[in-house]
Design a protein. Structure first.
Length: 279
């Protein structure tokens, strides 16, 4: 799979406006943008921000830089009572951007029954906007209906609807399932997942940090090589401002990272990925 089919998430730029983010990604040679609107993981926003005019502005900006958006990250707990309305806002916005996939979490175990009860409604919303819902394994340590690759097939079978698929994130496994081998689990998801997040993650004495591609404690290079070999689409998700504490809860640096540092780390990551395509 050519490098042109790899997306880069805007999560790396937490704290910057899209008027800065999109030209910066263009300077890094990025054509496929994955927009990240994830509660608690990036700068505060509300569902009311997902307007047609905002989507139109972003699409115009992307067009200016020869960019497109195929995947949209808008994580919520789909087991909450208001999940249908929140998902609809994200699906509508993602479709307006030209995306065909909305990435979100499934549901915590405590919300499992509500999640499955409203699954048909959620699927109908996705179909209405011509997108698919890709469920992602979380990283916050709270028991979920989708904790690791072992849960994926049964989850999709129980949902029984093509509107749902899987987005697998190996970086999340490091903090979420401490007793599992992250690479083994990721490779086990290869035949099930529609899309992957490569989110290099490093253990620290007091928690977890997110680092450039190839510098984490998960073997991202081995996973990327396998993804490239099999032609599986993936996004580089590099939330450099984000950390997890020892209990896997997210926290963010008080200030955004300097723009030149973000760009150098994205470029370093893309260069490492490019080397894999030459082998």
């Amino acid at each position: 799979m050519a490098m042109s089919f790899i997306s880069v998430s805007t999560a790396a730029y937490d704290g910057y406006g899209f008027d800065v983010i999109l030209p910066s990604l263009a300077r890094c040679g990025v054509k496929n943008v994955e927009f990240a609107f994830i509660d608690g993981y990036v700068e505060a926003f509300t569902d009311s921000d997902f307007t047609e005019s905002f989507a139109s502005d972003l699409k115009s900006e992307m067009r200016r830089y020869g960019q497109q958006c195929r995947y949209f990250s808008g994580h919520i707990d789909l087991g909450l009572e208001n999940a249908a309305a929140r998902l609809e806002a994200r699906c509508r916005f993602a479709a307006s951007l030209g995306a065909g996939f909305v990435i979100t979490n499934a549901a915590t175990s405590e919300h499992e029954s509500t999640f499955f009860k409203q699954a048909d409604t959620l699927a109908a919303i996705a179909r209405e906007y011509g997108v698919r819902i890709l469920l992602e394994n979380p990283g916050n340590g709270a028991p979920n209906v989708f904790d690791s690759s072992a849960d994926a097939s049964a989850l999709l079978e129980r949902l029984g609807d093509e509107a749902f698929g899987i987005n697998y994130d190996m970086g999340n496994l490091l903090s979420h399932c401490l007793n599992k081998n992250a690479l083994d689990d990721a490779l086990a998801a290869m035949s099930i997942a529609d899309h992957f997040h490569l989110k290099p993650c490093a253990r620290r004495s007091d928690g977890f940090d997110f680092v450039p591609f190839g510098e984490g404690d998960t073997d991202d290079k081995a996973l990327a090589a396998s993804l490239l070999d099999q032609g599986k689409p993936f996004s580089l998700e590099l939330p450099f401002r984000l950390h997890r504490d020892a209990g896997a809860q997210p926290w963010r640096d008080e200030q955004p990272l300097p723009l030149d540092r973000i760009e150098s780390q994205i470029l370093r990551s893309l260069e490492e990925l490019a080397l894999l395509t030459q082998h």
